[in-house]
Write a protein that binds this ligand. Structure first.
Ligand code: FAD
Length: 490
């Protein structure tokens, strides 16, 4: 570990007494790793980063931070795509990755209880090992934590049929800003006692409390799966196929889409044999009873053919299905190789408006002379327009900012949302009021003030610092850099 930075203050000393020497980082070279998340162009060194191992330690850290008036930024694996775990100046970063135990798999009640720092893939694997199924599968699931997933209410490739993280959270342990520890929810399938407080913390992005444990609902593992890849010469044909599948009352578990630029890029990266002359690609997966799966995949194939699919490829076995899914899962990494900066957005529109939104993104790319590739969860109406740019080019970044404002405005005009899964964080806080309207936005701020009156939990996220609760940011002795995201209007 690098030499310790000279910060002779009592907070640091007390943190070391509480957590041990190795669990408290203050040297600049150690802190660099906690200065950013997965969001482009956002960086800020924290004052200190600490690793808690128990809920009691989390509570004590929050009490110490409160006494010192130091803001706390909770961090899972730092894969967030809206700047949620990017520190604010002078912040204490509270890392939960060492709270990594699966505490119980209850096969009688079909639940799993885990500490917040468990990696999402490990949750899936633990359920799978006993014939059960945890469906939410964000593209980052091999790295992200379950606490981060709950804090962002993350979605994944199976969202169309199985919903998002919220649909699987039955309970959680939360440490509040004053250090009190509460348990919300239980294993009951039905429970209407009091307000559904756990729902308040799902998607709260570290601004209302620290989630230390989660109780998750599991499903029986589907007995069969089938995967189909279809390509089209026109984007509109792919969009019409999606509408036709849904209209035929088939709900596949996965209905993903790649545009031409993404197809070429993924093929170059992953070599899975994708036809690089196609304008659009659909990846469809159905699961369930073997007879239902066989029937659904055959009907989907017919619908694709009927809407002019140029190629159709059904995975012969699980290995081939995994390879085809890899094509979709590697889209972000493949695109990220093209330019120095990759800005991945997640606007979402009603499915009926998908083709209009995709066309609009293409027009915007042309208007602002930008490279934008689009892929995403077609079945959910959740698109990932991905801007390939260079944050060192100020003029281009200005065009990026203008393009994003127009993309957000169009999504709202079409009845959509500025974020379908990545959260508001720093990156989209300026556009939230526009989406929510004054009354709902005020309610949101009142909830924040009630739970975090001193404004020390991830301040400046979701709301701009001026609009959220005030927090002391007096400690600026650490080097700070620009925390403005090109997408930030706030
Ligand atoms: C390649 C790639 C693919 C991705 N694919 C998807 C996808 O398909 N779907 C999707 O929804 N997202 C996706 N993401 C975004 C990201 O992985 C998710 O938002 C994920 O849930 C973040 O988890 P994390 O542990 O990295 O959290 P972090 O990034 O560390 O934190 C995210 C936010 O949650 C807060 N937080 C973290 N842990 C806690 C806790 N225990 N208690 C309270 N607050 C907490 C933080 O303060 C921050 O605001 C992707 C990201 C990458 C880089």
């Amino acid at each position: 570990m690098a030499a310790r930075m000279n910060v002779p203050d009592s907070l640091e000393r007390r943190l070391r007494e509480l957590l041990g020497e190795a669990a408290v980082l203050t040297a600049r070279e150690d802190l660099l790793a906690y200065a950013f998340d997965g969001t482009a162009a956002l960086r800020q060194l924290p004052r200190v980063a600490v690793f808690a191992r128990t809920s009691t330690q989390v509570a004590q850290v929050l009490r110490l931070a409160r006494e010192a008036g130091v803001p706390v930024v909770t961090r899972g694996s730092g894969t967030g795509l809206s700047g949620g775990s990017v520190p604010v100046p002078g912040a204490l970063v509270l890392c939960l990755v060492e709270m990594d135990r699966i505490l119980e798999v209850d096969t009688r009640n079909l639940t799993l209880r885990a500490e917040a720092g468990v990696i999402t893939q490990q949750i899936y694997d633990a359920a799978d090992a006993v014939g059960l199924f945890y469906p939410p599968d964000p593209g980052s699931m091999k790295v992200s934590t379950i606490g981060g997933n709950v804090a962002e209410n993350s979605g994944g490739l199976r969202g169309l049929k199985y919903g998002v993280t919220r649909d699987y959270v039955m309970g959680m342990e939360v440490v509040l800003a004053d250090g009190s520890i509460c348990w919300l929810g239980n294993k009951c399938v039905k429970d209407v006692a009091g307000y559904s407080l756990r729902d308040l913390f799902i998607g709260s992005e570290g601004t209302l409390g620290v989630i230390t444990q989660v109780l998750l609902k599991l499903l029986p593992r589907p007995a069969a799966r089938a995967t189909l890849l279809a390509t089209f010469e026109r984007m509109d044909a792919a969009a019409a196929t999606v509408s036709a599948i849904i209209a035929a009352k088939i709900i596949p578990c996965t209905l993903e889409f790649l545009d031409r630029r993404t197809i070429r890029c993924v093929e170059d990266f992953a070599h899975v044999g994708l036809p690089t002359d196609a304008a659009a690609l659909l990846l469809v997966e159905t699961d369930g009873h073997p007879a239902a799966v066989a029937d659904e995949i055959a009907r989907i194939e017919d619908l694709c053919r009927g809407h002019g699919a140029t190629t159709l490829k059904r995975a012969a076995d699980a290995a081939e299905a995994a390879r085809l899914a890899t094509a979709r899962r590697s889209a972000f990494s493949a695109l990220a190789r093209l330019r120095p900066t990759t800005i991945l957005e997640d606007v979402t529109v009603p499915r009926s408006e998908l083709a209009a939104m995709i066309r609009f993104v293409e027009e915007i790319a042309e208007k602002h002379r930008l490279e934008i590739a689009t892929f995403g969860h077609f079945g959910d109406g959740n698109l990932h327009p991905t801007i390939l740019t260079d944050e060192r080019d100020a003029a281009e970044m200005h065009r990026v900012e203008e393009a994003l404002k127009e993309i957000f405005a169009k999504a709202l005009e079409l009845g959509g949302t500025i974020t379908g899964e990545h959260g508001v964080g720093l990156a989209k806080r300026g556009a939230l009021r526009q989406q929510m309207g004054d009354a709902s936005y005020t309610l949101l701020r009142q909830i924040k003030r009630a739970l975090d009156p001193q404004g020390l939990l991830n301040p400046g996220k979701v709301f701009s610092a001026a609009e959220g609760t005030e927090h002391p940011t007096s400690n600026t002795e650490h080097p700070t850099s620009n925390t403005e995201h090109p997408a930030s209007n706030g």
